[in-house]
Design a protein around this ligand. Structure first.
Ligand code: AMP
Ligand code: GLY
Length: 423
């Protein structure tokens, strides 16, 4: 029996807890967790910014492994702090987390190590951006250097759109400090694929692939969100392409980080654009994705705990086992998300879930008399499993249509539209 502490409170963390719970040999704690994780373990009201309090809890409760869900604590050096205190924690160091925390650090790293990436220019004022745009030619991508919860990216197809974006970045300072420096990038046109690698500093194994649906509305319209749905495996993930991703992106990244004195231990999430069959890096993240975790972990046919322990010991297995079949996740969101939305709305219809379906909580809270209330923008993830994508999707939709709260909405085209060029 291992005592495991999971940090975070979203659907991703509920899915991590579910996966570990299924191994039937762990005692789970979640900080701060959500009503879903409370069904599987003990929620602990700790602030993820308070590293000392987290370490104290881990020590006092004899936690054997801490698993970090979101990027914030990684970028803030939580892993380094736990290790300096002699505590076991799974996730990359602060130096490694720069691959996500600074888009320009990541781009410069890719340039140093010849990892396929779009042309880009670092810019810290409007004039520099205008010059970069005329050099690169529209369409271009303007990207906040720092962490912006997946929202610091504006794709501009004309000079007018560039000027409008400059107002958002520089006059309105919409992304604060994170958006004072920009990466202005060539816009890659192709199909996106997310690849998750579990890394031990030197070697890795691929945990799985997924496709994330980032826009709020059907047909990939509306504002970017944290993710409105996902499918696994990605329909593009042929053996041949995964070998190319491994050889040209994942392994060079591990080799490069090691050569620079920062061995990468943790999950490396490569957000890729597949252009004419070839993979390019859109971005690196240093953690599992949300809502990709909700579809990747149910297809994992091996102990997640053992894999994380092996990574910490520098001994990830070269291959891991994946179940056949597919998973589809549809996110139920609050009216107004990703902008402003109400909280505290009563959720109904959770009792009737059937078939091969999983329910993961994200922005929920417990009300009086066992009522479940909305408490965030992305409220629930409904995951359908099946022998193929179509059946997985049908199960997810048959079930999510029964769940309701005032103003709730979800995308109807998860798994249908896969973003192939010309679709
Ligand atoms: P990111 O936060 O870097 O994942 O960017 C959010 C979304 O913007 C990505 O999922 C892509 O759809 C898009 N994007 C970012 N960078 C590029 C790029 N260089 N070319 C094309 N699309 C991009
Ligand atoms: N779904 C995108 C992310 O987790 O960054």
């Amino acid at each position: 029996m291992a005592r495991v502490l999971i940090l975070g409170s979203g659907g991703r963390e509920h899915a991590i807890a579910w996966s570990l719970d299924g191994e039937n040999r762990h005692e789970l704690y979640c900080a701060p967790g959500n009503p879903g994780t409370a069904l599987l373990g003990t929620n602990v009201a700790l602030d993820l910014d308070d590293h000392q309090a987290l370490a104290r809890f881990a020590r006092v409760e004899a936690i054997e492994l801490t698993v970090v869900g979101p990027e914030g604590p990684l970028a803030a050096g939580l892993v380094d702090y736990f290790q300096s205190e002699g505590l076991s924690i799974f996730g990359p160091s602060q130096a490694c987390a720069r691959l996500e925390a600074s888009k320009l650090f990541a781009r410069d790293f890719m340039r140093r190590h010849q990892i396929p990436h779009p042309a880009y220019v670092a810019c810290n004022d409007k004039q520099a951006v205008r010059e970069a745009v005329s050099e690169l030619g529209a369409p271009v991508v303007l990207k906040a250097d720092g962490l912006a919860a997946g929202k610091g990216v504006i794709i501009c197809r004309s000079e007018d759109e560039v000027e409008a974006a400059l107002v958002i970045f520089f006059d309105k300072s919409a992304f604060g400090e994170a958006g004072r420096v920009l990466s202005v990038e060539e816009c890659l046109e192709g199909t996106e694929m997310s690849v998750f690698a579990l890394c031990d500093g030197e070697n890795f194994c691929l945990l799985g692939t997924a496709q994330d649906y980032k826009r709020a509305f059907d047909g990939d319209r509306g504002p970017n969100t944290g993710g409105m749905g996902s499918i696994a495996p990605s329909l593009l993930a042929s053996q041949e392409l995964l070998e190319e991703v491994s050889a040209t992106i994942i392994q060079p990244t591990l080799d490069g980080m090691r050569a620079e004195g920062h061995p990468y231990v943790g999950i490396l999430y490569a957000g890729l654009m597949i252009v004419d069959g070839a993979p390019w890096v859109i971005e690196f993240n240093v953690r599992l994705g949300d809502p990709e975790t909700q579809v990747v972990l149910p297809l994992l046919d091996q102990s997640l705990y053992d894999l994380m322990e092996q990574a910490l010991q520098g001994a990830v297995p070269i291959a891991h086992r994946v179940k056949p079949g597919a998973a589809t996740c549809v996110v139920l969101a609050a009216d107004g998300y990703p902008g402003n939305y109400d909280k505290g709305l009563p959720i109904s219809g959770l009792d009737g879930l059937e078939g091969d379906t999983l329910l993961f909580h994200a922005g929920t809270a417990s009300g009086d008399n066992g009522a479940l209330l909305s408490n965030g923008g992305r409220v629930l993830s409904v995951v359908g499993l099946g022998p193929d994508l179509e059946q997985a999707r049908d199960r997810a939709y048959a079930n999510i249509s029964r769940i309701d709260f005032p103003g709730s909405f979800y995308r109807k085209d998860i798994g249908q539209y896969i973003g192939l060029p010309g679709e």
